[in-house]
Design a protein around this ligand. Structure first.
Ligand code: AMP
Ligand code: ZN
Length: 113
């Protein structure tokens, strides 16, 4: 999508700190980290969010979580991290290209705010 911030990041039109890439996903450091590890994992194929996902998106949503687990392992934060999909304006979703937050490296309170 031409006017999508995260599609532009994938295309290299907007700079990002890449931490992982393969044919299906791109992962980069969040510009405003909420924790020592705060990485966004995004499908290369644009879709707006979990609320817009269909059965054809099940594999990529699962795959994003597996990449989060791999990065969590590599960063030694397996004693506590969280993967988060914000959905809709009341959740704080501000970018409408599905992105999985990987947050960790500090104590995480529950319930989230
Ligand atoms: P959400 O609030 O779930 O839509 O998450 C969007 C996230 O994207 C926020 O945590 C922002 O800090 C992050 N973000 C926005 N613009 C950029 C950017 N140019 N590079 C990296 N992260 C960004
Ligand atoms: Zn996009």
């Amino acid at each position: 999508m031409s006017d999508c911030l995260f599609c532009k990041i994938i295309a290299g039109e907007i700079p990002s700190k890449k931490v992982y890439e393969d044919e299906k996903v791109y992962a980069f450091e969040d510009i405003k980290p909420a924790a020592p590890t705060h990485v966004l994992i995004i499908p290369k194929r644009h879709f707006a969010g979990l609320d817009k996902a269909g059965p054809e998106d099940a594999e990529i949503i699962g795959y994003c979580n597996l990449i989060a687990a791999k990065l969590g392992r590599e960063r030694n934060i397996e004693d506590g991290y969280r993967t988060v999909l914000n959905v809709g304006p009341r959740s704080g979703q501000s970018v409408f290209h599905l992105h999985l937050h990987l947050v960790g490296g500090r104590d995480l309170s529950w319930p989230p705010g």
